[in-house]
Ligand binder design. Sequence first.
Ligand SMILES: CC(C)(COP(=O)(O)OP(=O)(O)OC[C@H]1O[C@@H](n2cnc3c(N)ncnc32)[C@H](O)[C@@H]1OP(=O)(O)O)[C@@H](O)C(=O)NCCC(=O)NCCS
Length: 137
Amino acid sequence: MIAYRAYRGGAVPPREDVIALYLANKWSSGRKPDQLMAALAGSDHVIAAYDGDRLVGLANALSDGHLVVYYPHLLVHPEAHGKGIGRELMARMRARYPSIHQHILVSVPDAVEFYRRAGFSIAENHAPMWIYDGDDG
Ligand SMILES: CC(C)(COP(=O)(O)OP(=O)(O)OC[C@H]1O[C@@H](n2cnc3c(N)ncnc32)[C@H](O)[C@@H]1OP(=O)(O)O)[C@@H](O)C(=O)NCCC(=O)NCCS
């Protein structure tokens, strides 16, 4: 059974578990562990999914608390895909922002359908823009 834990105020899951999860998904932020852990500690919310002691999923959110919430990271361990963990992480995260005007994220092409099923739509007539120092985008 999967257990979900929420973190706020600088609390984060164990560093080695987080890095292992990011590297398993080949995310470049897993190779910037100090910045990654600081980023999670500085997030408004972090929600983690555990299968026993094993960290199998994680999501974080940044928000102004009133109008906008941005979801930078949502990832599930490749061995745990397709079990509803991503959907549950997103649902629990969205439930923390019930009356926010704008929920925003940048999706990789492979995850667009997942996010559609979670209630998101493509922002028509708008283009995602960024300055990015990673190599997995
Ligand atoms: C995208 C991701 C978070 C989905 O998590 P998951 O736990 O495997 O997804 P779930 O099992 O909760 O799936 C929920 C629904 O989305 C669908 N879905 C999940 N991934 C999908 C995909 N890549 N393409 C199409 N549908 C997908 C599922 O079939 C399920 O559909 P249902 O509502 O009909 O049952 C996971 O694949 C992942 O971590 N990918 C690598 C990291 C990543 O790309 N994150 C997003 C960054 S923008």
